[in-house]
Write a protein that binds this ligand. Structure first.
Ligand SMILES: Nc1c(/N=C/[C@H](O)[C@H](O)[C@H](O)COP(=O)(O)O)[nH]c(=O)[nH]c1=O
Length: 361
């Protein structure tokens, strides 16, 4: 017999295990409990598959009647690719439903819960809500804003350098921290770099983990289409979108690279807000921005980012001309710096990883 918090933790673990494989749907876990025994559990595994509650109630069978359901996100009440889970819960005559987080979609928020209450089922909302919201923070953000949740990633030495004056940067952080970066790539819909990084590093920007992992869409901000024909991002098998400005010769580039998606903006320069709106429309819910410093500068100046993942190696580089993580003009006065809140600090191998989030206005 576990406590209700422990049963919800089991459901949250089932949700966490599927982060990165359910987009554009949220990651959800569900557990059915009766007389202090777990009689059913499930996760939503990928778009088009049954929802977590369906698997858990299938496993529970007849015994679901009079049982309790622990679910990490409000049961759906509308017909998506599968029938509404709220109806299924009512049909199975559950006694009580614990909901960790309500649906962020304003069109459906609360309707699933109301349906359960109208059917006489007891509902308790908010059990382990913070952890449930963290699991689906990219989904919640993109549903609310129709733009992707943006994470800025940078790797630097203890004195804040991301490359030597000559642009050399391999490697700053060690293998374990770089593996963490590849894990982040595998759970993001898309990763983004600027043409500077392409010209300097010719990166592959693929997910290379021992256990595998999917390749996110690689997005290159390349205003004048200067990406070399033989660049890795144009010649290997992973998907690439090139974003260019209005003055670039997109047709000529498309002729040369037929399998590359060339997105031409209406403005000479690439505007971050327009870019994020466009990516949102194309179903990108989570965007991992890997730099370089001018790209990070643009995102910081626009204020359109949701998290910073900073990796810091115990190395000193020095050099006035060495590269720093965020370019752009920057403010004149320190009081105009952007204040963040430290969300987590962890040691990964010999490096540390700081996650900092913009303060809620
Ligand atoms: N130089 C370092 C990084 N450098 C990050 C740069 O974006 C680099 O060009 C790409 O990450 C290379 O991508 P790929 O490996 O070819 O897929 N990032 C890190 O986390 N640690 C470092 O030391």
């Amino acid at each position: 017999m576990l406590t209700k918090e422990q049963y919800m933790d089991v459901a949250l673990g089932l949700a966490e295990a599927t982060i990165g494989q359910t987009s554009p749907n949220p990651s959800v876990g569900a557990v059915v409990v009766k007389d202090g025994r777990i009689i059913g559990m499930g996760s939503h595994l990928k778009p088009g598959c049954p929802h977590a509650e369906v698997y858990a109630l299938q496993q529970a069978g007849e015994a679901a009647q009079g049982a309790e359901l622990y679910v990490t996100l409000e049961p759906c009440s509308h017909y998506g690719k599968t029938p509404p889970c709220a109806d299924l819960i009512i049909d199975n005559k559950l006694k009580k439903v614990y909901v960790a987080s309500t649906d962020p979609n304003p069109k459906v928020a609360g309707t699933g819960i109301q349906k359960l209450k109208d059917a006489g089922i007891e509902v308790e909302i908010g059990l382990r809500e913070a952890r449930a919201k963290t699991i689906n923070r990219t989904f919640f953000h993109s549903i609310r804003t129709n733009q992707p949740y943006v994470t800025l990633k940078a790797a630097m030495t203890l004195d804040g350098k991301t490359a030597t004056a000559t642009g050399d940067s391999r490697w700053i952080t060690s293998e374990p921290a770089r593996q963490d970066v590849h894990y982040q790539r595998s759970i993001h819909d898309a990763i983004l770099v600027g043409i500077g990084t392409i010209l300097k590093d010719d990166p592959q920007l693929t997910t290379r983990l021992p256990q595998g992992g999917n390749n996110p869409i690689r997005i290159v901000l390349d205003t004048y289409l200067r990406t070399p024909d033989q660049a890795n991002v144009l010649t290997d098998e992973a998907p690439t979108w090139i974003v260019c400005g209005a003055l670039a010769d997109a047709e000529q580039f498309r002729e040369k690279h037929r399998d590359i998606n060339v997105i031409q903006m209406e403005t000479k320069k690439i505007d971050i807000h327009s870019l994020l709106t466009l990516l949102g429309k194309k179903g990108i819910q989570s965007l991992y921005v890997e730099g370089g410093n001018s790209v990070h500068g643009s995102f910081v100046e626009s204020g359109l980012f949701n998290a910073c993942h900073w990796y810091i190696a115990p190395k000193l580089l020095g050099g006035l001309e060495a590269f720093s993580p965020v370019g752009g003009k920057g403010p004149i006065l320190m009081r105009d710096s952007i204040s963040l809140a430290i969300d987590s600090i962890e040691q990964i191998g010999s490096d540390i990883k700081i996650i900092a989030l913009p303060k809620k206005e």
